[in-house]
Design a protein around this ligand. Structure first.
Ligand SMILES: [Fe+2]
Length: 200
């Protein structure tokens, strides 16, 4: 693959696409936190053989498409939120970055969106499978589940996430459990203290 963008280059992309300072702070901070969580998981047994440089880039880029969902008043279009992955992949492609990096955006929602999910939930994205495949893609998707850009932002325990994802089907809980088995559980308390975000 071609050379990976640097952390500074990715931050510059966030600044370029963020419609407001608030949006930048929210999304960019979240991406950094997801990297901190992933970094922890990479150090565990599930991180053996996983490309940490690629995971870092994936974490820092994964939500770049969220910026495209803000209107001129800085309001987020929640009804179309599920589109942020695809919108991010579009930005990655437009910026001349490899398609493999766009997949960190398009394939990180929930524990993966399948064609069946798109149809059964009538999601506003083209029918298809948006499922993390490589270990790096799966790790980014999994690490993302432990922090939320809600107002105020918060860390999310695996128990809380399991309850949340259950409404999309018992099979989603199973997939999440498999990811937890593969990559282990992050320790959220030090990060929560560092960032001043509560754990729910
Ligand atoms: Fe995210």
């Amino acid at each position: 693959m071609s050379q990976l963008p640097t952390v500074d280059e990715i931050t510059a992309l966030h600044r370029a696409y963020a419609p407001t300072r608030e949006a930048f702070e929210k999304v960019h901070t979240h991406c950094g936190i997801v990297w901190r969580i992933a970094e922890q998981l990479l150090a565990g047994p599930g991180g053996a053989g996983v490309d940490g440089d690629l995971v870092r880039v994936g974490c820092l880029l994964h939500d770049i498409g969220v910026y495209r969902l803000y209107d001129d008043e800085g309001r987020l279009d929640r009804a179309n939120y599920v589109r942020h992955g695809l919108l991010g992949a579009e930005i990655v492609s437009k910026e001349g970055l490899p398609e493999s990096l766009g997949r960190f955006c398009s394939c990180h929602t929930g524990v993966g969106l399948t064609r069946h999910d798109v149809l059964s939930q009538d999601l506003p994205i083209p029918v298809g499978d948006y499922v993390a495949e490589t270990a790096e893609e799966r790790l980014v998707m999994y690490a993302d589940k432990f922090h939320s850009k809600s107002t105020p932002p918060r860390f999310v325990t695996s128990a809380t996430f399991a309850v949340k994802v259950q409404r999309f089907g018992e099979e989603k809980v199973v997939v999440f459990g498999e990811l937890a088995e593969e990559f282990g559980e992050p320790v959220l308390e030090p990060l929560a203290a560092e960032y001043g975000h509560r754990i729910t």
